[in-house]
Design a protein around this ligand. Structure first.
Ligand SMILES: Cc1cc2nc3c(=O)[nH]c(=O)nc-3n(C[C@H](O)[C@H](O)[C@H](O)COP(=O)(O)O)c2cc1C
Length: 164
């Protein structure tokens, strides 16, 4: 049917990813969007298909000392050092606020230096309601195995992926 009046036709941008229905395929990357609630004044979160929260560890981390952002002619370098409030504070303080916002898909990004780190963090996050899926940051060094990155060794990767 042709569009009527001044209303352009609406295109359905919905996608289904791993069984999760997103209203559009735009997902804010981890670390670029805090825990979402801090951005309420800037943007209606429910316009996004979903967003990934800042990487979470079991215990809070203060990250690297400044300077940790540097502008270069080619763009920006950052070394934040995985600053985050920790899984427990996320579940207690941020997740309930996110749940009040309807129609938003939340992915929780998790990192660790050992398999147990991932396991314990996810264990805490599983107590919260409203996380659609976990995104695993596997570019951390596996300190229990000589510092190799989880993502660069299939066996290490399987170790953490099979946890979630
Ligand atoms: C300031 C900043 C903080 C970030 N923090 C995290 C993080 O905590 N966990 C993570 O997995 N990725 C983090 N990232 C990486 C982003 O999620 C994303 O992968 C990266 O910006 C590359 O995105 P692109 O491939 O779309 O350019 C961060 C990126 C930036 C710029």
């Amino acid at each position: 049917m042709p569009p009527s009046g001044n209303n352009p036709p609406r295109t359905d941008l919905g996608v289904s990813f791993a069984g999760i229905q997103l209203k559009n395929p735009v997902i804010a990357a981890s670390g670029t969007f805090g825990y979402g609630v801090e951005f309420e004044d800037v943007l209606h979160l429910d316009k996004l298909g979903g967003f990934v929260v800042k990487g979470l560890s079991k215990e809070p981390m203060i990250g690297n000392p400044p300077p940790r952002l540097y502008e270069t002619p080619a763009g920006m370098l950052n070394a934040i050092g995985l600053q985050n409030i920790g899984a427990r504070a996320f579940v207690d303080e941020k997740l309930p606020k996110l749940r009040e916002l309807k129609d938003i898909v939340v992915f929780a990004n998790v990192f660790g230096y050992t398999r147990q780190d991932y396991e314990q963090t996810i264990h805490v996050l599983n107590e919260g309601e409203g996380i659609a899926a976990y995104e695993l940051n596997v570019s951390c060094p596996n300190t229990a195995h000589g510092g190799i990155q989880f993502g660069s060794d299939p066996r290490s990767l399987e170790e953490v992926v099979s946890l979630a």
